[in-house]
Design a protein around this ligand. Sequence first.
Ligand code: NAP
Length: 501
Amino acid sequence: MAITDSDPTALVDKAETLIRDNTFLEFRLDYLPRPALALPKIKQLMEYNPHLMAIATCRRASNGGKFQGSVASQLDILGKASASGCQLLDIELQSASKCKPEQLQRLRGRSAVILSYHDFHATRNLEGTLEKMADIPADFYKIVGTATTLYDNVTMMKFLEQNGDRRSLIGLCMGEQGIISRLLAVRAGSAFTFASVSPDEKTAPGQMTAQELRSTYRIDQVDAATRVYGVAGDPVAHSLSPAIMNAALRRENVNGVYLPLHAKTLKDLLSCVRDIPIHGLSITMPYKEAVLKHLDNTDSHTTKIGACNTVVRAQDGKLYGFNTDAAGIVCPLEQRITIEKSKILVLGAGGAARAAVFGLKERGAEVYILNRTAGPAQKLSHQARARIAKRADMKKLSFDVIINATPVGMGTSRESPLKENEINTKILFEMIYDPAETQLMKLAKERGAEVIPGIEMFVHQAARQFEIWTGKPAPWGDMMRVVTVALQERALARHAKDGKK
Ligand code: NAP
């Protein structure tokens, strides 16, 4: 766990509070205006806590750190950190190249040396860099790239696998697209990885907190047999799927980890699926339709909908596509009404609306479609043999269920796709789950309708994915709890931010 602070006492106090749960710390001395001032305090801390393992890092500004001093003063600080009990010292290749061999040898007298190299732009020439580094004797060779594609993670892992038996390596990729390397590189041979204390104290882009790595992703249990799953899309940073799926995997004792896969192209994603290998994918915007032609097979239901949100990589390596959005709509409704012969209006004619319309038609509902643009609605009504509703008739029409499959009302928007006097229904099913209560839901409640929130669809479609991948019944209650809490935390954070403004 990398610890930073601009005050030496606060740095060591922070370390002290973390020691109970974290016995391996990195002191980022370069974050201190005068790093040497922290060393007596660190010495005391190390003496009182003999089980503590500490890395001292004083990275120079020219190499991506914050230390403004010369290489000679960097060496001096690292030497003193060694005398203070830090068992590992990090020195960049660029600094080490300017030192005399005996200076570095002296550092290794009492502590182990990590020779490090950070590329803040790309993940490239890893073998060449290691070759250059190997001229300098060190105990660990740390090579950190920046992922600009998902495949950069694969490149890093292959490098670790191929070179890990000759040297003690530490490797990972920085950046949001490199998140998967922070978990999987350890399995590929990286001696360890780095985590932050909190989201505001990251020492590198894409770094996760120790809490996330341990609790959400269970890094301590990731091994060669761990199956890898993930949510793929662009963007995915705010997806709730990692929280819900990792909770389900943990609950059902599945040796699996579920990761956010920020794929800027489908080609990049698909090459990773085969090379990592990834066992299952949740597909989100904008790839739900485009992914279909890359799959080896899809069920007829998914082909009809024309969108896939679930991919399974079978043992033969083939990719199979499913759509669980329809289950996400049908299951919550079946718990409340008999769908057959129910009169149901779907607002929208995009991917989610298509899943709803086909899913409900299969169960014998009388389905109407109302969309902003006529073309997609007509196409869908023709394909699914559903009816078209006109906005002008909405005040007169009444339904058993109205489903909102448009994004109107998402986030901080207070818009509603229908006016209050157009909401004539027994049940209102909102697909949006953030915010937990949209304007449409409020209006429907005022009109006396029962409301199904989007979170139910989200959990049901995720539960079905879990069942397809693992063959086990999904822990529905736990999944619901995790998403509810995550959404509440998000709403609170938004509230606090608005308050600050
Ligand atoms: P999509 O394929 O982009 O379709 C969006 C639909 O909404 C289109 O029919 C579009 O009409 C309509 N629309 C967009 N902006 C509109 C506006 N300002 N006024 C009126 N209509 C508008 O999106 P999608 O994948 O179907 O997703 C739709 C919604 O469902 C999103 O909010 C998504 O978050 C939600 N969803 C929720 C879950 C869940 O698990 N709860 C799962 C999937 C989707 P045009 O044809 O006129 O453009």
